[in-house]
Write a protein that binds this ligand. Structure first.
Ligand code: 5GP
Length: 211
């Protein structure tokens, strides 16, 4: 209808809360969203694909991306780097596409500094016990890693107050519906669309005949 920049949505929350599952289910339904594939130095898990799940990098390659300021944000998380390539996000937003990031909380806070107009969604675990079960069930982590990830999770939950929305992930379908509702609401926000709608009214030939 009119040229409008895309909206940046950031889904964040503790490791093991199910961000990946919610994001995948959301993308099965929301074809207009662009997913920003992150770069990481962690090892590829079975079934994952380079360029789809992550861009897998060596530490040297990742540190070069940091030095070249190619990342919108990055964080060291459980001994690995994770980061969002900047160019893709900026291009897509400029073209009017909504971009979706699924990242941990340190990175989300950096995005907040650079993109205060981003929409920050915190995915909340049904309980800490459930969170532990999910991390253990994933079966790809050693005991030490599980402990580290749970410790991180407790710190991360305390960051909730920095977010615009909180969605509890007690059921994936319910969580996805809530994220979709947030996306729709953000597109209807008066401050985002007011200027464009005013212009439509001014340009409407009928505007002159209605007083
Ligand atoms: P995993 O190793 O389980 O794929 O991801 C570990 C954590 O890193 C998850 O909380 C995930 O959301 C987060 N993560 C993935 N990509 C990025 C990124 O680009 N930046 C940041 N800061 N965190 C990320």
């Amino acid at each position: 209808m009119f040229a409008q920049k895309g909206i940046l949505f950031i889904l964040s929350g503790p490791s093991g809360v199910g961000k990946g599952t919610v994001r995948q289910r959301l993308f099965e339904q929301e074809t207009h969203l662009k997913y920003s594939v992150s770069a990481t130095t962690r090892n590829k898990r079975p079934g994952e694909e380079h360029g789809v799940d992550y861009f897998y990098k060596t530490r040297e390659e990742f540190e070069e991306m940091i030095a070249q300021k190619q990342l919108l944000e990055y964080a060291q998380y459980v001994d690995n780097y994770y980061g969002t390539p900047k160019e893709y996000v900026e291009e897509q937003l400029e073209q009017g596409n909504d971009v979706f990031l699924e990242i941990e909380v340190q990175g989300a806070m950096q995005v907040k500094e650079n993109f205060p107009k981003g929409v920050f969604i915190f995915l909340f675990p049904p309980s800490l016990n459930e969170l532990k079960n999910r991390i253990v069930r994933r079966g790809t982590e050693t005991d030490d890693l599980v402990r580290n990830r749970l410790q991180e999770a407790k710190k991360e939950i305390s960051m909730m107050s920095e977010y615009d929305y909180v969605v509890v992930n007690d059921n994936v379908d319910h969580a996805v519906s809530k994220v979709q509702a947030i996306i729709t609401s953000e597109h209807c926000k008066r401050e985002r669309i007011e200027t464009q709608y005013k212009k439509i009214m001014e340009d409407d030939p009928n505007a002159r005949t209605i007083s």
